[in-house]
Design a protein around this ligand. Structure first.
Ligand SMILES: C[S@@+](CC[C@H](N)C(=O)[O-])C[C@H]1O[C@@H](n2cnc3c(N)ncnc32)[C@H](O)[C@@H]1O
Length: 274
């Protein structure tokens, strides 16, 4: 009895630690493992409960989803937990050669890269948004950067309609970067760089475009405030900077009702002399 209490206590302690660490992959792995462990324990304690493999798989899926929720995973993880083991079971019955799974994994990795770390997936600005961003650029020649430029279509449009400006895209995911880099050849005012935009100096840019996710916005704004000259502009597609009022909000006339949140960098704070 005391062993069971100890095991339950240890399990609870581990769950709470993972909940606090909030790393989505660790949370997901723990939810899946804990779901499997619980099903194993239940099948051992009540042998009549799980009579077919499908029962065990469905029970595990529901438990993993519930545990994931308890660990504080975002809501969109729930269908992933519900579908993961059933999908594995289905796929194992299709008798697909193992190499295809590896190829699929490598392809996803090359497109989405370290999404678990950046928490910024790949989705693309549409043509209407590119046109709206072009309207926001200053009338005089300027320098513009797209942080996480994906396959670079937005920048290619801007570079075409504003030949007097310089455009830079930074992308860390290998395949989107390669696409953007190849497609940018021949456009002299467009440069595509491979790398992590957190490591790039942004001091020389007048306009920063970002279509990221809610996660990095506060950190991004702090970085831009420290690096950009006063008066330069952050245009954030869809995601607001928490706690900062936007200077303008532009509604794009597209199907997904895109909003562009515009923030002017404030003047540097004056030191008050005693
Ligand atoms: C939502 S997509 C936007 C793509 C493009 N800006 C557009 O509007 O069409 C975000 C992109 O940022 C990239 N990304 C995320 N974090 C990054 C980082 N730290 N450094 C460079 N690229 C990053 C992702 O790989 C993804 O391609």
């Amino acid at each position: 009895m005391s062993n069971r209490i100890l095991a339950a206590g240890l399990g609870y302690h581990l769950l709470m630690r993972v909940r606090r660490s909030a790393h989505p992959l660790r949370q997901a792995l723990l939810a899946q493992l804990a779901g499997s462990g619980l099903v194993g324990g239940m099948a051992y304690a009540w042998p009549g409960l799980v009579v077919a493999l499908w029962h065990a798989v469905l029970l595990q899926a529901v438990l993993a989803a519930l545990i994931g929720q308890q660990l504080g995973a975002p809501r969109w993880w729930i269908p992933l937990h519900l579908g993961f083991l059933p999908a594995v079971l289905l796929a194992s019955q299709l008798k697909i050669a193992a190499g295809w799974y590896l190829a699929g994994f490598v392809l996803l990795l090359l497109v989405y890269w370290r999404i678990d770390r950046s928490q910024v997936p790949l989705y693309l600005s549409n043509a209407e948004t590119a046109a709206a961003v072009a309207d926001l650029l200053p009338a005089s020649p300027c320098r513009v950067v797209d942080l996480g430029c994906g396959h670079g279509a937005l920048l290619r449009h801007l570079a075409r309609v504003r030949p007097d400006c310089q455009f830079v895209g930074v992308e860390h995911a290998p395949l989107p970067w390669l696409w953007a880099w190849l497609a940018a050849r021949g456009q002299d005012n467009l440069q595509i760089r491979h790398g992590d935009f957190w490591q790039v100096s942004l001091a020389s840019f007048d306009v920063v475009y970002a279509f990221l996710s809610p996660v990095p916005m506060a950190r991004l704004y702090a970085l831009l405030k420290a690096q950009l000259p006063p008066g330069s502009l952050l245009v954030s597609n869809s995601f607001v900077v928490p706690g900062v009022a936007a200077d303008a909000q532009i509604k794009v006339a597209d199907q997904r009702e895109t909003q562009l949140h515009c923030y002017r960098m404030p003047p540097a704070r004056q030191e008050i002399k005693a």
